[in-house]
Ligand binder design. Structure first.
Ligand code: ACO
Length: 333
């Protein structure tokens, strides 16, 4: 069997232009900048307008990633769109494929909430490893503002909208060093965006359930406890598979849910704060977009350099969590 290496060759990101601060939210619900900033680290979030589609922001992020990787849309073999907030429940990856003009690419959505980017990275890697595809575009994008209850102060202050993307390429030198993915459906009730069927009688004999999706519900404390115990474990497992210790990591990029979670995880792994990339103060929790958005900003700021070792870890609904260790950039760069 062919066993091809993987390089992460480019990144991109896109967010809506409207930035909303904590003071503005205190006009909607009983909250304060002090409460939100001290409990979460969030100060602003970008919110999509009613006209903004998920596929449009996903496409913008993808275009930037393709440009950085110097890959033409016609060269993409596969588009993976990690999202929980598709424009269309049948999937939005096809719309992104059309908007990019990626005529040769097969495209599908992948749903794993805030773990979506890491699950997508590993899924994309399997197609490259086996020699099936050479250029894969992975996008993490979510418009959580569509699904948040804006009268619930325990959730509405946490989320924001955005998209991030990377291009993965077949490479002689393998830069995907290790990964570990986990799920625990027994804790599914901690975090949901669930369908609520209403019985509808079609005939005397047939009743179906026709309803709507409800807003996000979350047991914040349970999710917090889960994150601070399980995320260090899964990063350690990925490091073990990469045959390295935490001291080998140049940058830690966690799902941007809460600064306190990031601090606790870094402390457990003995990773100094200056190696932890955080931009949640400006964007809030953008679900599947948060890791590639933080990665892309750090690459464009010149913090992350070619060859740097990056540990990423996503966690969230499912419950699901996972980590991956990779070196940034094309081996020749
Ligand atoms: N403003 C003011 N007060 C508030 C707010 C708010 N926005 N929200 C809650 N409170 C109140 C509560 O009602 C409670 O009041 P009470 O003591 O009178 O009952 C008090 O603040 C403390 O509430 P807690 O829930 O105990 O606050 P906590 O310190 O746990 O912080 C938080 C809550 C920020 C949600 C935290 O638990 C957390 O970050 N959890 C993890 C969430 C997460 O990481 N999600 C990621 C996954 S998302 C995904 O997968 C889509």
């Amino acid at each position: 069997m062919i066993n091809t290496g993987i390089a992460i060759a480019g990144s991109g990101s896109a967010t809506p232009s409207v930035s909303v601060d904590n003071h503005a939210l205190s006009q909607l619900v009983e909250t304060s900048d002090e409460w939100i900033a001290s409990r979460t680290g969030i100060r602003y979030r970008k919110l999509a307008s009613a006209e903004t589609t998920l596929s449009a922001i996903a496409t913008r992020a993808a275009q930037q990633a393709l440009s950085m990787a110097q890959v033409d849309p016609s060269e993409i073999d596969l588009i993976l769109l990690a999202t929980s907030t598709a424009d269309d429940l049948f999937g939005s990856a096809g719309q992104v494929q059309a908007q990019l003009g990626a005529t040769q690419a097969v495209a599908f959505d992948l749903t794993a909430a805030c773990s979506g980017f890491v699950f997508g990275l590993v899924t994309a890697a399997q197609f490259i490893r086996t020699g099936v595809y050479r250029n894969v575009l992975l996008i993490g994008a979510d418009v959580m503002s569509r699904w948040v209850d804006w009268s619930d102060r325990t959730t509405c202050v946490l989320f924001g909208d955005g998209a991030g993307a990377v291009v993965l390429q077949a490479s002689e030198c393998d830069r995907l060093l290790g990964f570990e993915l986990r799920s625990d459906g027994n804790q599914n009730a901690c975090l949901n965006l669930s369908y609520q069927p209403q019985p509808k009688a079609l005939t005397d004999q047939i009743t179906i359930g026709q309803g709507n999706y409800q807003s996000v519900t979350m047991n914040g404390q349970e999710v917090y406890r889960f994150a601070v115990t399980k995320v260090p474990e899964v990063i350690e497992k990925a490091l073990y598979r990469a045959n390295m210790g935490a001291e080998g990591i140049d940058w830690l990029i966690l799902h941007q849910a809460n600064q306190r979670i990031m601090d606790a995880v870094a402390q457990r792994l003995n990773i100094p704060a200056e190696k932890v990339i955080s931009n949640l103060a400006n964007y809030g929790n953008t679900s599947a977009a948060s890791i590639p958005l933080a990665l892309d900003e750090a690459v464009r700021e010149g913090k992350i350099q070619p060859g740097d070792v990056i540990a990423v870890s996503g966690f969230g609904a499912g419950l699901s969590w996972g980590a991956s260790i990779f070196q940034w950039g094309k081996p020749s760069s």
